[in-house]
Design a protein around this ligand. Structure first.
Ligand SMILES: [Zn+2]
Ligand SMILES: [Zn+2]
Length: 332
């Protein structure tokens, strides 16, 4: 099969001809139709996340068709369209798994990081961690739901019942979260890179009440802020615009160092917290909610062989919505 392979961190992907994977017990083999390109992929490429499987097939927003099933795999029929997220497998026995917090598992496997992912024509996955994909979404449009959507949804849940919600970094996750937040009756304030008028116009087109640069004060204080931009300096910037008791949710897996800031920014019970991974329950909830909003993901598609270009565009902040790789098997 054709795949885009990461041989070593801090090197470009290269096109490779790999043997088609064989599904093990409890696994499904998927013909990949579409695979989203996530900022986490950049962090794996760039060496921000340590010790990936190498060589590695990146990609953890996989939409594919079941073409074979390993021993005992019965959950999905051959021909079913399923999604594979970042959480590839958990141990099931650690204190976190046993208390409904499998996102914090002590011994997890992650798709496109410690397991091969979806920048390829075929992928295998543990069927217990796959999702049935909602109808009404084309393959390319469905892919970003699997990480941008899921992690965005978990981040939004951790923002509590905030009515005035700031979102810093208006990319794939933000443009989905903004739609869900509006559906829930919240007001969204979008913060972009200073001067990025294209991103601000995009945010306004999705119904946010205000859009501006991350250095600009919003017109009123906010109840919570979600940070999708991996920029530590945004943590004190966001704390500054929160009401008492407000929460800053850091939605990414990696962030540059957070600069020192005066305690008075945290005082009055403001909170800074991170979001780690997802649980299968997050996925089931979000994928049931998405068609009811309805969430419409805006995507820019690339051929599988152009994965490096997609990653470069994402790094430069030049993707409107979400970037998605197509393998040639996608349907609208
Ligand atoms: Zn991701
Ligand atoms: Zn565990």
């Amino acid at each position: 099969m054709r795949a885009m392979l990461l041989a070593a961190q801090r090197t470009p992907l290269h096109e490779a001809d790999l043997p088609q994977p064989t599904p093990g017990p409890g696994e499904v083999l998927l013909r990949v139709r579409a695979c989203g390109v996530c900022r986490t992929d950049l962090h794996v490429c760039d060496g921000d996340l340590p010790r990936p499987k190498l060589p590695l097939v990146l990609g953890h927003e996989i939409v594919g068709t079941v073409v074979a099933r390993g021993e005992g795999a019965e959950r999905f029929a051959v021909g079913a369209r399923v999604g594979v997220p970042w959480l590839g497998r958990t141990c099931g026995v650690c204190p976190y798994c046993r208390s409904g917090r499998e996102n914090l598992c002590d011994n997890p496997s992650f798709t496109g990081y410690t397991l091969d992912g979806g920048y390829a024509e075929f992928a295998r996955a543990d069927e217990r961690y796959c999702f049935a994909m909602p109808e009404g979404y084309g393959d390319a449009e469905a892919a970003p739901l699997l990480c941008a959507g899921l992690i965005g949804y978990r981040s939004l849940a951790l923002a509590g019942d905030a009515r005035r919600l700031g979102i810093y970094g208006f990319g794939a996750a933000a443009h989905i979260v903004a739609q869900v937040a509006r559906h829930q009756g919240r007001q969204v304030y979008a913060f972009t890179r200073p001067g990025d008028e294209a991103a601000q116009t995009f945010a306004l087109s999705l119904g946010v009440v205000w859009a501006g640069g991350s250095d600009a004060p919003p017109p009123e204080q906010l109840d919570a802020a979600i940070l999708f931009a991996p920029v530590g300096a945004l943590v004190p910037a966001a704390l500054k615009v929160l009401v008492k008791g407000g929460v800053v949710v850091c939605g990414g897996i990696h962030m540059s160092d957070i600069p020192a800031f005066p305690y008075r920014l945290l005082w009055e019970e403001r909170v800074v917290r991170s979001v780690a991974n997802l649980t299968r329950r997050d996925g089931e909830e979000f994928l049931a909610l998405a068609p009811r909003v309805p969430v419409r993901a805006e995507v820019e598609t690339f051929a599988l062989a152009d994965a490096n270009e997609a990653l470069g565009r994402l790094r430069a902040g030049r993707v409107r919505g979400a970037a998605v790789l197509l393998t040639g098997a996608a349907e609208k």
